[in-house]
Design a protein around this ligand. Sequence first.
Ligand SMILES: *Cc1c(COP(=O)(O)O)cnc(C)c1O
Length: 356
Amino acid sequence: MIEDTVSIKITKTPNSRLQEVDWDNLPFGKVFSDHMLVMDYKDGAWQQPEIVPFQSLQLHPATSAIHYGQSIFEGMKANRTKEDEVLIFRPDLNAKRFADSCIRMCMPVVPEELFTDLIKKVVDLDREWIPKKEGYSLYIRPFMFATDDYIGIKPSDNYKFIIFTCPVGAYYSQPVRVKIEEYYTRAAQGGVGRAKTAGNYAASLYPAKLAQEQGFHQLVWTDAVEHKYIEESGTMNIIFIKDGKLITPSEEKDTILKSVTKRSVVEIARHWGFEVEERNISVEEVVQGLKEGTITDAFGAGTAATIAQIAAIGYRDEVFDLPPLESREVSNRIKNYLNDLKAGKIEDDMNWLIRF
Ligand SMILES: *Cc1c(COP(=O)(O)O)cnc(C)c1O
């Protein structure tokens, strides 16, 4: 049971679509559960949250988020165990990051505890939508955008906060091929790279498309100033295994989106006794490590894929293949641990899960 910390008005759908779902064939992000939560901000305060049947929104053409981009989101996953218990992985960190995004984008903060409670409520109501199949989960998308009907640039006075959920299958079916990007930039110091804000993703589409035309799935972004240091990859943070150590770009700069998955990898690896270095990593160090074979593993960390092992890294005109997946002891172990933990198959030693 979930405690009632906030009063929510609930209108259930009279027509559940649950029976229409093809559970063995779930594309990512195209199937939506029966309900969504909506909470408006107006007159300087959050209004009563409502859970309503999943439906389209009606928007004024001058809705300011569409024009000027005050729009932020989060992404997390819920799983359901064989015993029908719902597990969500570290939502407190998403709540914190959402609050940070709010502040950076001049949007009113959703109190962290409220954020987590609202997620629990909407997931609980649609708990039958959480797939039970191995590797599948319920993707949770909280987001918020400016709703003033006003064609002028200023922070909006009105906002909508919404949470909807999608049952999803696996995100990447195969190891990814990535390319080190030396011209385009995802985020510059002092910009909005640390916020999970809509425009960052729009800005990445064109360079990602060019890389896809060259046979890569994703880019590895480098710093905006010199393009000499590795930042992150697509919507994942990046980790390398070099000389047996985990190395990953430091989050101290505000150009990297702080990943909940990456944080968890770092914490569990340290707990297991691995040496972990969070520091600057130059492109040169990576290329040399790949050439000399001191880099034996590389992977992306993010909620959608959890751990996406990297098959090959493109740099200028060269492509470096990484060792076969069977030899990737560290990333295999981390991947299995996180997947088993999230599915409720192993003890939650780190106290990372909430359950209801
Ligand atoms: C969401 C996101 C990540 C991954 O963060 P998780 O909390 O692990 O899901 C990494 N980079 C970017 C740019 C992202 O938007």
